[in-house]
Write a protein that binds this ligand. Structure first.
Ligand code: SF4
Length: 311
């Protein structure tokens, strides 16, 4: 294909299945047969035509890229990976595809499907989104890219292999032309390669929470504008270096990247009227449902029997 057609289809195929892309691709091509027509489109029309494909940044980049190609390159897509990758929405793999599938250069590709094929074929462990693993995969891709007369069929074949045979789940190794050299197949690793994305590392923080209750009122402080529970009212908290040896947390509050362990201590009992700091106030117990406090405070009070709120 010509670079414009290849580029258009490659952008559409990022994050979208071939089957869903085909009607969009045809509609775009008949409406915008070349990069000049696309560059002249207005954004609203373009977004309307794109509607349903998702990942709308792609559509905006598509227009920005077409305009740059017209304004800076006279309507000709550049013919080096470097110059292509400098355009909006074009990464190294898309640049390689545009070059090689339009028959204008030799360059490897490494889209999501091809990453999976390489990780399995060469037994590369590690999450393929990691820079270290990507470097390794790109080196393999570079090392195996064939000469100019074969690169188009090779790259097209690799993409098809990843999309139709070496699929994420249940790869069809029996039908695979590279089965004999494939490490994952040989070692029975197709289910574990490529390595899935590791779960987010959750850091645990420990806090001592002081519950000062006087006459059914709880002393709270407004939390700083940054950090945990910013801007909410919370009983005074003190960050601990580690979990106390002799106590289990009264409440564990889980977020994606954090686990907060809250340990409760009651302020010395007895009649006292603590002077409030400017950031402090008394909140009547039980807390109102709409009190601007973290849910963890409701749970903490419930666990300690200081509130009527359900746990
Ligand atoms: Fe993928 Fe199986 Fe082919 Fe290996 S043999 S590349 S795992 S389909």
């Amino acid at each position: 294909g010509n670079p414009y057609n290849v580029w258009l289809s490659e952008i559409m195929l990022q994050q979208t299945q071939v089957k869903a892309v085909i009607p969009y691709y045809q509609r775009f091509l008949s409406r915008f047969p070349d990069v000049f027509a696309l560059a002249a489109a207005d954004e609203t029309t373009l977004m309307g035509l794109w509607a349903g494909l998702g990942y709308y940044a792609r559509a905006r980049n598509l227009l920005a890229c077409a305009r740059l190609v017209v304004e800076q390159h006279g309507g000709m897509f550049p013919d080096s990976v470097e110059a292509l990758s400098a355009l909006p929405g074009i990464g190294r793999s898309t640049a390689g595809a545009v070059l090689s599938l339009s028959g204008r250069g030799v360059a490897p590709i490494l889209d999501g499907n091809v990453r999976r094929v390489f990780a399995r074929c060469f037994g590369v462990a590690g999450y393929t989104g990691l820079p270290k693993v990507q470097t390794q995969l790109w080196a393999l891709a570079e090392a195996h890219v064939p000469g100019a007369c074969d690169v188009m069929a090779y790259n097209q074949g690799l993409m098809d292999l990843g999309a139709t045979v070496c699929t994420r789940s249940k790869p069809r190794c029996g039908d695979c032309p590279v089965q004999r050299g494939c490490i994952a197949h040989r070692d029975g690793l197709t289910a574990v390669l490529p390595t899935p994305k590791p779960p987010a590392v959750r850091r645990t923080e420990h806090y001592l929470v002081t519950l000062d209750v006087v006459s059914r009122r709880l002393r709270v402080q407004v939390r700083p504008e940054r950090g945990i529970w910013a801007g909410l009212w919370m009983a005074p908290m003190q960050r601990l270096d580690a979990a106390p040896l002799d106590a289990a947390p009264a409440v564990v509050h889980e977020l994606t990247h954090r686990r907060y362990c809250l340990y409760a201590q009651c302020a010395p009992s007895g009649p006292h009227v603590a002077a409030l700091m400017p950031t402090e106030r008394w909140l009547p117990l039980p807390l109102a449902d709409d009190a601007p406090v973290p849910a963890a405070l409701h749970r903490l009070l419930a666990v300690l029997g200081l509130d009527d709120q359900p746990v």
